[in-house]
Design a protein around this ligand. Structure first.
Ligand code: MLT
Length: 231
């Protein structure tokens, strides 16, 4: 599914969703858990996110790639390192990534995926042995390349354990296999890479494209994300 806006076409009951926003929401959430975050509340709008500060949460907000005013963090994974989120609860809202998670709540299991925790996500899905829908955050309802490359990387990890159901799955695999030797170069002309580069955001891109840096497994439980690998 290349956009959360298309989720009404999918029956998620009994299925696992892998929600992905490589640049940068799910990469940032995985990084926050890898650096000790206790739990993460992905929320849909700025005011709901701001209200979490009254409950002792750190707050993070991004719109159009830029940190929103009046919040502790934006959406750069580098902000969540160096002890900044150790044992903290974080409420976060981003342009697309948090929507992909919240709109997938009807699924049996919602897992947050990124290249950074690819292998950990694949191992978990092999254990679950239920159908999988990869929900790409995209950009405001539009397809984006990086999230579909992740889907292809995940398909490549799972191809011996799962059957493909549609051409989108096959297309994502071929795309990733064409890109895998140098994903950054493959993405150089993509819309969000150009958008971030125009904002002077460079390091985040290379960082978010690293594979299997962290063994964390953020999953949706009741009203928040927790790291199943830390339990
Ligand atoms: C998103 O939510 O679409 C992205 O994470 C935006 C960004 O932070 O670049």
């Amino acid at each position: 599914c290349y956009s959360p806006e298309l989720l009404h076409l999918y029956d998620l009951e009994g299925k696992a969703v892998v929600a992905v926003d490589i640049l940068r929401a799910t990469s940032t959430m995985v990084t926050a858990f890898a650096h000790g975050a206790r739990d993460i509340f992905p929320v849909m709008d700025l005011e709901e996110c701001r209200a979490f500060s009254q409950k002792g949460c750190l707050t993070a907000a991004e719109r159009n790639g830029i940190k929103a005013d009046g919040f502790d963090f934006g959406n750069s994974p580098f902000s969540y390192m160096n002890g900044a989120v150790e044992s903290q609860s974080i409420a976060i809202t981003t342009t697309n990534g948090t929507r992909a998670i919240r709109l997938s709540e009807a699924a049996e299991e919602v897992v947050v995926g990124s290249f950074l925790n690819l292998r950990t996500v694949a191992s978990h899905l092999k254990e679950l042995q239920i159908d999988v829908v990869v929900v790409c955050a995209g950009w405001k309802g539009q397809f984006n390349l990086e999230d579909t490359l992740f889907a292809g990387a995940l398909v490549e990890c799972l191809e011996k354990s799962f059957a493909f159901e549609n051409d989108a799955t096959l297309a994502s695999l071929h795309l990733y296999q064409a890109a895998k030797s140098d994903v950054f170069s493959f993405l150089k002309q993509s819309s969000h890479v150009r958008r971030l580069e125009n904002l002077g955001i460079h390091e985040d891109i290379q960082f978010c494209l690293q594979h299997n840096l962290y063994e964390v497994l953020p999953v949706w439980r009741h009203d928040r994300l927790v790291d199943l690998a830390a339990v």
